[in-house]
Design a protein around this ligand. Sequence first.
Ligand code: NAG
Ligand code: NAG
Ligand code: NAG
Ligand code: NAG
Ligand code: NAG
Ligand code: NAG
Length: 574
Amino acid sequence: MEFSRKCSLCAFLLFFVLLFCNNEVNASHEVFRKLQSLSTNIVRNLFRTGFHFQPPRHWINGPMYYNGIYHLFYQYNPKGEVWGNIVWAHSVSVDLVNWINLEPAIYPSEAFDKYGTWSGSTTILPGNKPVILYTGIIDDEQSQVQNYAIPANLTDPFLRKWIKPDNNPLVVADQSINKTKFRDPTTAWLGQDGLWRMLVGSLRGRRGLALLYWSRDFMKWTKAKHPIHSSADTGNWECVDFFPVSLEHTDGLDTSSHGEKVKHVLKVSLDDTRYDYYTIGTYDTKKDRYTPDETMVDGWKGLRLDYGNFYASKTFYDPSKNRRILMGWANESDVVPTDAINKGWSGIQTIPRRLWLDPSGRHLVQWPVEELEHLRKQKVEIRNYRLNKGEKVEVEGITPAQADVEVTFSFSSLENAEEFDPSWADLYAQDVCGFRGSTVQGGLGPFGLLTLSSENLEEYTPVFFRVFKTQDKYKVLMCSDASRSSVRNHKKMYKPSFAGYVDVDLTNKTLSLRSLIDHSVVESFGAGGKTVITSRVYPALSIYNDTHLFAFNNGTETVRIENLDAWSMDKCDR
Ligand SMILES: *[C@@H]1O[C@H](CO)[C@@H](O)[C@H](O)[C@H]1NC(C)=O
Ligand SMILES: *[C@@H]1O[C@H](CO)[C@@H](O)[C@H](O)[C@H]1NC(C)=O
Ligand SMILES: *[C@@H]1O[C@H](CO)[C@@H](O)[C@H](O)[C@H]1NC(C)=O
Ligand SMILES: *[C@@H]1O[C@H](CO)[C@@H](O)[C@H](O)[C@H]1NC(C)=O
Ligand SMILES: *[C@@H]1O[C@H](CO)[C@@H](O)[C@H](O)[C@H]1NC(C)=O
Ligand SMILES: *[C@@H]1O[C@H](CO)[C@@H](O)[C@H](O)[C@H]1NC(C)=O
């Protein structure tokens, strides 16, 4: 039994390595038949990204840094296209860009995880000893317990093998907890009192919770009387992440850091809407309670790490570069099972992002890790270029389907900004982008980039700003609008007008934008990373060399491209 399970895992691993390291997958490999669609190679490779990590499916577990190596663990169904049979797949990297795929670190095998090994986190214990906390599924009803695993051999630089000791599970649900909603333990942190703490996401009625557990030895855990935080009517909390950020600098902090110049961030993945929300607040270490700052919205209208296809993200502290890094899962939007886009893979990881607290304290800032810049190749520049209303300029000389582009726009006045209708204040930014998109001409904006665009704009994914005037200030909307991304006309294809507001000072009358464009994904960072949006799109015309990239303006106020730098991006190893 054990042997055959192992064997089949090897076979699936082989599938993974082939599909993701070799573009020319040979359809004659029998073992993969079930996993491959009937489509041709071309279709399967069509939307494959060039420089994103592509796991076959589902969400990310605790990434970590250990002795010079980054480890990425992610949820993976080795049996193919439907969600299920979830194992902890494992890839390693020295630069967060190129990856080596290893065998799964954890897979169902014991009474405490026989029905599934779901998400969790890693913690580095004193003495430089990594430990994984993860959710085990113990029955057909999906009852959940919290387990741990440790490396079998600490001198193996890749930590390939993980052991699940016999004293598992570490934590089971007590009477007050619905054991089918009890999952995704966080990275643990150490209090000044010498107790370890970790959180487990849960739900009571409609109230989302982060249950708090204490332990002196990491083995025996006691539930605190109160959750560290909860919020009414938010539904089940998944993949909770709780970490400190500095008020003084942009360096990352170890998860156990605390003190006067430290704020805390609580991120929850809301199962109901499937977005990642966060608040910034104060962690009272004596009472073990977290309180969001007064300016924070604690729920569905709150701040999001990313206003697009982005879920189940996790951060980790990278001591080698003193930074906190965020990775998240961007799922597919081509939801038609019978479509030719049945490509044999599903889901990608967003580019790892460094993350820190904005000096205003009102939101986080994210920026692609600097290592990504090693993939930059051919470069083109545009300087000091005027864009009058209705004009656009093509960015030529790079591969626009696989590119990194940074642009700063300037304008001479805010006078022309359109009025923000007070009734829109109750709407999501996404709704406003839905009816004030790139084709609705404006005052100051819409201006930005037209990514993954066909030559004559039959399809394009515009990433742009619209500046609005409110009673006493300005409001900047940033959109990444997939509604015209593909001339394919499948009713079920998900083509949302993703959007968020950008909390940016316009005194200098400039707005900057960076987009990472990679065949079926556009990851955009507004105003230096104050607002981030990831869109998954599946163009029919603007593919490979038929793809174009433009900068455009559709507002009455003339805007100027101060600088535009764009690079062709190389492929990464994975
Ligand atoms: C542990 O890993 C090291 C380095 O890969 C290897 O040399 C050693 O044989 C391993 N030990 C065991 C017990 O597997
Ligand atoms: C626990 O959650 C499951 C799944 O949502 C639900 O069907 C069940 O009724 C809940 N049980 C209790 C005791 O609330
Ligand atoms: C994934 O994609 C579908 C549309 O295809 C969407 O409805 C869903 O909310 C997305 N996100 C997650 C996290 O599943
Ligand atoms: C700019 O506005 C015009 C007029 O509404 C529209 O036809 C055109 O598609 C818009 N440009 C973009 C890039 O959306
Ligand atoms: C405006 O520009 C100046 C000079 O480049 C810079 O020092 C300042 O930080 C900028 N202010 C804002 C709000 O961006
Ligand atoms: C795209 O253009 C590049 C450079 O001109 C060329 O090397 C490559 O073969 C082209 N690819 C396709 C798929 O046409």
